[in-house]
Design a binder for this molecule. Structure first.
Ligand code: CA
Length: 492
């Protein structure tokens, strides 16, 4: 009897020890894109997936976990990045839109990470004015930065580089991994690509990659916005607002000359523009995917794969022709939702899918939790680590709060809302509503493309009441001030 028990105890002990070892102070490789649509990634099983456009990014999902219901709190570049660093919604970190300064003196995860013995580096785009604080190493693009030969702000001043920004950012990240970090302590390396942001300039080797490719159009491409008055006021239509020169480079590339034909009918032109848009967008995505492969190879080369959590995400989602649009901002799914894929060997189950409601306020608490650092109460998000371990807490959130504060950019008026994954309630209150609240309710299960606003349908009155209460509950929970207070703060 004894002879069986002792090996069993040993096995349990060492088994436990090896799991502990795998989860102890893991490194974090954080790969962050700008405007990467969920639908662009093969791993998300969209209408583009059969085209196998993102094999390296998809590998992360094959070996890890895809978060299917992951969202942002304010779908625009700089506020999303402020939320990433602070773990707070815009009204708490003060970064409502792209214009205001970001208060770098406030609490941010990287300042706290040092308590866990971590070193931190951020290379690429932050879209936050001023100098980052709390990172051991940083190189950031000024503002949006340039696609080709970008300059970088560093602690030692501005530096010039040569090449496409996706390649350069990766090169610098690999250089940090190889030559600049302290190899004795764990790290978080944040690689922040500019791609695939407008005006979608691929590296030279990808300019012609999709020249003869035909991309499938989304179902809602020819949306006429019936039942959605605010959507009618958009200024982000591929057909009406995307520029042939500038956005689609019709003057530069011979294969785009058809776009300049003045006799072409409107709908044919819209479809041609969509193809050109997708060719460029996916040219940029191809560059990101290739460079993700290089980063994963470098991690492997340095023997770090086993103890590194790889996380891939974007500052928000993006419209790839859904509703006839490009850009983001709306609380509709394509821009509200953002990709999140996580690989953590030995901990995250390969090929798993998480369907809990996650939000970008969760990133900062997750980094701290991974580093074994206490999460401060003032952070509004929750650690995703239990979700990664397939151990979602029973009291995990059942709804998400959203608030977009910029008024009028691309014709999108201010709005806030709540989604519980089944129903979504949106309240538009910005200048385009002319002072009268404009509400929308969607049944996400029956109408996933959000084409049919059912706010006034009597058969949904019970759902509507519930969602109104939920919105108020979240406003209270996250301590959202009245919009008048927010507007006064923004003017300062
Ligand atoms: Ca963005």
């Amino acid at each position: 009897m004894k002879s069986k028990i002792i090996p069993f105890i040993f096995a349990v002990f060492f088994g436990f020890f090896s799991v502990l070892e795998a989860s102890k102070s893991p490194n974090i490789l954080w790969i962050f894109c700008d405007d990467m649509a969920v639908n662009a990634l093969g791993a998300y099983q969209s209408h583009f997936s059969p085209m196998n456009l993102t094999p390296n990014i998809d590998q992360i999902a094959e070996k890890g976990m895809r978060f299917d219901k992951f969202y942002v709190g304010n779908s625009i570049c700089a506020p999303s990045r402020a939320t990433l660093l602070t773990g707070k919604h815009s009204h708490k970190n003060g970064k409502y839109g792209n214009i205001e300064d970001f208060n770098h003196d406030q609490m941010q995860f990287q300042k706290l990470l040092k308590e866990g013995g971590y070193q931190s580096a951020l290379i690429g785009k932050t879209h936050l004015k001023g100098e980052l604080q709390g990172f051991d190493y940083w190189e950031t693009l000024p503002g949006h930065g340039k696609y080709i030969n970008p300059k970088f702000k560093t602690a030692k001043g501005l530096i010039n580089t040569e090449g496409h920004s996706t390649d350069v950012i990766t090169n610098h990240a690999m250089d940090w991994l190889l030559n600049k970090r302290n190899k004795e302590s764990p790290f978080i390396l944040m690689v922040h690509y500019k791609a695939p942001h407008r005006n979608w300039t691929p590296a030279q080797r990808f300019v012609d990659k999709f020249k003869d490719t035909s991309f499938p159009e989304p179902n809602s491409f020819m949306d006429t916005y019936q039942t959605r008055e605010m959507a009618k006021l958009h200024n982000m239509g591929i057909k009406e607002h995307m520029k042939n020169i500038g956005d689609l480079k019709a003057d530069k590339w011979a294969h785009r000359s058809k776009l300049l034909d003045k006799n072409i009918d409107k709908n044919t032109l819209a479809r041609l523009k969509y193809q050109a848009y997708m060719q460029d967008y996916f040219g940029c995505v191809a560059g990101v995917d290739e460079n993700v492969g290089r980063l994963l190879d470098e991690i492997e080369e340095q023997g770090l794969t086993k103890n590194t959590v790889v996380m891939f995400s974007s500052d928000q989602g993006f419209y790839l022709g859904e509703h006839g649009w490009f850009d983001k901002r709306w609380m509709y799914e394509e821009s509200f939702r953002t990709p999140l894929i996580v690989k953590w060997p030995g901990i995250v189950k390969a090929g798993s899918v998480n369907t809990d409601l996650g939000q970008n306020i969760d990133f900062a608490p997750t980094f701290l939790d991974l580093a074994g650092v206490e999460i401060p109460n003032e952070m509004q998000g929750e650690s995703l680590v239990p979700l990664m371990k397939s151990e979602t807490p029973e009291d995990w959130r059942s709804s998400l709060y959203y608030h977009y504060y910029m008024d009028g950019g691309h014709g999108v008026t201010r709005h806030e809302g709540v989604s519980d994954g089944n129903f979504k309630l949106i309240r538009f209150y910005g200048s385009k509503t002319k002072g009268i609240d404009n509400w929308e309710l969607f049944n996400l299960k029956k109408d996933p493309s959000e084409l049919n606003n059912i706010y006034s349908k009597p058969e949904y009155s019970t759902n509507l009441k519930k969602m109104h209460l939920e919105l108020q509950k979240l406003r209270d929970y996250y301590e959202v001030p009245d919009e008048e207070v927010v507007m006064v703060k923004r003017k300062k």
